[in-house]
Design a protein around this ligand. Structure first.
Ligand code: F7E
Length: 341
C-alpha cells in the first residue's frame, strides 16, 4: 500500500489532501500536536468512517526533530506533504520568532532528516505567494524575485529556497507549491474570506449584527482549496521535482469578495466610508454595515499578488477553475447551509 505523511493534516489543505489520498487507497499518516482541546474537527469524519486506505495519527511536533525522524524511519512514507506551520500573515508580525521557527527552521530540519533517510522520498513544501511580498512585476511566476514584506513571507522564502538547495545539491525530490490564497468552508475563521462568509451567514441567521474588517481595498488572487490540493498531488506524480506557481491569475478586492458573498445570501451591504448620503440611504433600507477597524490593519500590506500558473498548466495540466467571486458564493452558501441544518 502506498503511504503518505501529512504535516498539517488538521488544517484546511491537510484535511482535503487526506480525503483525496484515502479515497485512492493510500495509507495516510498525520502529525498532530498534543493539546488540551482537540483540534481535529476537519478530519473527524475521516476517523469515524471506514476508509478504503488507512489513517494513522501520530503525536509529534514540527519543531521536535527526533519524533519526526522516528515517525519517518518507522513508517517510510513515499510522499511527504509539508503543510504545517503558523499560517497567519497578520499574526506573524506579533509572533515572528515562532513563525520563523515553524515555517523556516523546522523546514530545514525536515530537509536534513530527508537527506539522511536512506530511501527515496518525495517532498511537497507549501511555499506561498507571500515570498513575493511587494513584487516588481505582476503577474508573478516561478522566476520572480523574492521580496517578502512580513515575517511570514521571510520564513517561507527561506524554506522555499532551501528546498531548491537540497534539490540541486543532494538530488532530493523536493517541490515548492508557490500557492496563492486558496479558500473553502474549512478555512480558519480569522482569515478574511471565512470571516466574511461566516459573518454573512450568521447575520442572515440573526446571530450576528455586523462585521469589522481591516483593509477593504487589499486585493488577492483567491482560488478554491481542493483544486490546489489536487495540484500538490500532480507535482509529486511528475517525473521531476520542480517549483510551481498555483494561482487563478485574477485578483479581486476584499470589498468585492464581501459584495459577492452578501449578494449570494440576498443581504444588502453598505461599506463604512461610503459617501455619507449613500451610507444613510443604504442603512435606511436595512443594509448590513461592514465596519473598518484599524486593529485588523497590518503594518505593511503585500501588494499586487497575482500569479501566473502557465508552468503548472504546461507541465501538470493544472489550472484553477474556481475564481474570486465564485469562491465567495460557494463559501457563503456552505456556511449558511451549515447554520441552517
Ligand atoms: O488576508 C486583508 C488582509 O489573512 C487577506 C494565508 O493562507 O494567503 C493567506 O494569507 C487580505 C490581506 O490572508 C481583514 O490585510 C482585511 O490583505 O485572509 P488573509 P493572507 O494574509 O493573504 C497566503 C497566500 C498564505 O500563504 C497565508 O498562509 O485581507 N484583510 N480585513 C483582512 N485579513 C484578515 N485576516 N482579517 C481581516 O479582518
Amino acid at each position: 500500500m502506498k503511504s503518505a505523511l501529512i504535516l498539517g493534516i488538521t488544517g484546511q489543505d491537510g484535511s482535503y489532501l487526506a480525503e483525496q489520498l484515502l479515497a485512492e487507497g493510500w495509507a495516510v499518516h498525520g502529525l498532530v500536536r498534543r493539546a488540551s482541546m482537540f483540534n481535529r474537527s476537519r478530519i473527524e469524519h475521516l476517523r469515524a468512517a471506514p476508509a478504503p486506505g488507512r489513517l494513522t495519527l501520530h503525536y509529534g511536533d514540527l519543531t521536535d526533530v527526533t519524533s519526526l525522524r522516528r515517525i519517518l524511519e518507522k513508517e517510510k512514507p513515499q510522499e511527504i506533504y509539508h503543510l504545517a506551520g503558523q499560517s497567519h500573515v497578520g499574526l506573524s508580525f506579533e509572533i515572528p520568532e515562532v513563525t520563523c521557527e515553524e515555517n523556516g527552521t523546522a523546514t530545514l530540519s525536515l530537509l536534513e532528516i530527508l537527506r539522511d533517510l536512506g530511501y527515496p522520498v518525495k517532498l511537497y513544501h507549501a511555499a506561498s505567494s507571500e515570498i513575493f511580498g511587494a513584487p516588481a512585476i505582476a503577474p508573478q511566476n516561478e522566476a520572480t524575485a523574492c521580496n517578502p514584506v512580513n515575517p511570514y513571507g521571510c520564513a517561507k522564502a527561506f524554506a522555499a529556497q532551501l528546498c531548491r538547495v537540497y534539490r540541486n545539491a543532494y538530488g532530493l525530490f523536493a517541490c515548492n507549491g508557490i500557492a496563492y490564497n486558496h479558500e473553502s468552508p474549512r478555512r480558519g475563521e480569522n482569515f478574511v474570506t471565512r470571516k466574511i462568509t461566516l459573518g454573512a451567514a450568521r447575520i442572515k441567521a440573526g446571530q450576528q449584527a455586523e462585521i469589522a474588517l481591516g483593509n477593504l481595498d487589499a486585493r488577492r488572487d483567491w482560488g478554491w482549496a481542493p483544486e490546489y490540493v489536487a495540484a500538490m498531488r500532480l507535482m509529486l506524480a511528475a517525473p521531476a521535482a520542480d517549483d510551481y506557481v498555483l494561482a487563478t491569475g485574477l485578483a479581486c478586492s476584499v470589498r468585492e469578495f464581501a459584495a459577492a458573498a452578501f449578494a449570494e445570501l440576498d443581504l444588502e451591504l453598505a461599506f463604512e466610508g461610503q459617501g455619507t448620503a449613500e451610507l444613510a440611504r443604504r442603512k435606511d433600507t436595512g443594509a448590513v454595515v461592514l465596519r473598518v477597524d484599524s486593529k485588523f490593519h497590518r503594518p505593511v500590506e503585500s501588494t499586487t499578488l497575482v500569479g501566473d500558473s502557465s508552468r503548472a498548466k504546461a507541465k501538470l495540466g493544472w489550472a484553477a477553475r474556481t475564481v474570486g467571486g465564485d469562491v465567495a458564493r460557494l463559501m457563503a452558501r456552505a456556511d449558511y447551509a451549515a447554520l441552517s441544518s
